[in-house]
Each structure stands twice: as C-alpha cells, then as structure tokens.
Write a protein that binds this ligand. Structure first.
Ligand SMILES: [Zn+2]
Length: 292
C-alpha cells in the first residue's frame, strides 16, 4: 500500500543521536539537508523543498541518513510567504512521496519541541537532547520524549455492506471510515469496539489489522483495521458524526471511483481511509460472489 507520509527513505540511525562529533561533521557537509518547519508548513524554494543548512548555532533535529548516506535535519522556522502547508503539498502532489514522508517526521518532532519548552513535572525550562529525540528539564532533570498518538480507523463490514460515516466539517458528499483516538489502558481492538459502539451503536465481532499511516497533524499514527459487525441497526451520536450508513458493494465502488449519482465519494487516495474502503470493497464483493 502506498499512501501519504508512509514512505520515508531515511535510516533514522538512533545510534548517531548521542554522537555529537559525527553529527557536527554531517552539519558541515555540503550534501546535508535541513527542512524548515513553521507550524504545519514547510519552506519551499522554486517549487522544491528548501533544504539549506542553518547556522551551526541553530537548534536542529537529526532525522536520519538517506540512501546516499546524506544527513537530513529539521529546524523550526518563522512563518513566511515561501512556506506551504503539508496538506497542500500532499493534495497538489508537488513533492516526491519520500520527501513528504520525511516532512511528516520533521513536522511532528518540531511541533513537539515547540510545545515542550517547559517541564510538565516542575515547570522549569527544558533543553533539547539526543539530537532532538529527548528534552531534559534543567530543574528536576526529568527526561521527556516525543509522543505518537494512536488512532484506530476501521472499515466495518457486514455481509455485503460496509459502514461509512461523515463529519459535518468534511467536503460535501464525502463519506469515510470511522476513527477515534485510542484511550489510555486500551488495546487497539478495544478502541475499535468502543469507538464504533459510541459513534453508531454497532457491536463488532472480529477486528483485524490492515496497515498504518503516520498522520502529522500533529503527531498521530492511524492504525487501519477491518472489522466484522455483529449488529446492523445504527444509533448515530450526532455530536461525533453527522451521518452514517451501510453501503453495498456496487455503491461503494461508485464512491471510490467518484461516479456516484449523488456525488457521494470516499476520501483521497493519499489517506489510509481510502485503502480501507478498497479493502472493504474486496471483502464484501467476495461475500457477494460466494455461491448461495
Ligand atoms: Zn522538571
């Protein structure tokens, strides 16, 4: 499967993060690259990523080495006219998939640093350590690590139908797989059961893993699942979603192909939701074709 943000070519080389001497050498090499992140946007130069290395005094995060052995870094930047949002870059397809994936890592890390300048335990300032993979409190010495927030996203199937919903803020006519954050102390399977029950009142039986996608807004990991429903009646929680309904295979195919007569459609192919809807179509079509 090939979706946005999931095709990083970098070897993260965690072993180098504490090696100040080696990282300083990479910093000085003309082949090293640094992306400049401001909020959810990145600095561009003439249609390409601006990868100029900043001054040696600027705080930078080490992202890893590419297949040529060239180092990639990221740094925080002030917003400006030459910045373009990651969402726009994804929609326009203006960067290679590999670079977009590097930006997902950069954006999540830079945002975490920007929001964690002070210790959550004692309130004193923290400083960047391990080339950007840890912050240490200058008061109590506590270490703080970048986080990734798992989100379960699931295609729910029953017989020859798949369940999709929509949120009011989405583009008109777009339906997608249900999703929600995994809560503390919960397994992925439990989160899937709970979210589907909360949002549409449907009870699941089997839940299985399909694939995952980093989603850097700000630091999520979309865990794609396919689930079997035990029940079919929908009780929609309108505080979470605007609508939900079961779609049979023929209709789901039209939505994936953008040929539905009502203009209903699935999310963009960059998103794991689209791939899950495709997996669901395969599953329910199989169910359709099975001998009576
Ligand atoms: Zn502290």
């Amino acid at each position: 499967m090939s979706f946005a943000y999931a095709q990083s070519p970098l070897n993260r080389r965690a072993d180098l993060r504490g090696n100040v001497t080696e990282l300083a050498i990479h910093h000085g090499l003309p082949t090293s690259k640094c992306v400049h992140v401001a909020g959810d946007a990145v600095r561009m130069a003439q249609g390409s990523l601006d990868v100029a290395m900043p001054a040696a005094t600027k705080e930078i995060v080490f992202l890893g080495l590419d297949q040529q052995g060239h180092a990639w870094f990221a740094t925080q930047d002030n917003p400006g006219d030459s910045h373009v949002s990651l969402r726009t870059l994804m929609i326009e397809g203006s960067l290679p998939a590999a670079e977009l994936s590097i930006l997902a890592q950069a954006r999540s890390l830079i945002l975490w640093h920007a929001a964690h300048g002070f210790c959550a335990q004692c309130g004193k300032p923290t400083s960047m350590q391990d080339a950007g993979y840890r912050r240490q409190c200058q008061g109590c010495g506590a270490s703080h690590f970048p986080r990734t927030d798992p989100v379960v996203i699931m295609a729910v199937c029953k017989d020859n139908k798949t369940l999709l919903g929509r949120q009011a803020a989405w583009p008109e006519g777009m339906y997608s797989t249900l999703a929600g954050f995994v809560e503390p102390g919960e397994t992925l399977e439990q989160a899937a059961h709970r979210e589907v029950m909360e949002e549409v009142g449907v009870r699941l039986s089997a839940v299985s893993y399909v694939a995952s996608q980093p989603w850097p807004f700000p630091a999520s990991l979309m865990v794609g699942l396919i689930a079997e429903a035990e029940t079919e009646t929908l009780t929609i929680d309108t505080s979470e979603i605007e609508a939900a309904q079961w779609f049979e295979a023929a209709e789901l195919k039209q939505m994936l192909d953008h040929t539905h007569p009502k203009g209903w459609h699935c999310s963009r192919p960059d998103a794991i939701a689209w791939h899950l809807a495709q997996a669901a179509l395969k599953k329910i079509s199989g169910s359709f074709a099975s001998p009576q």
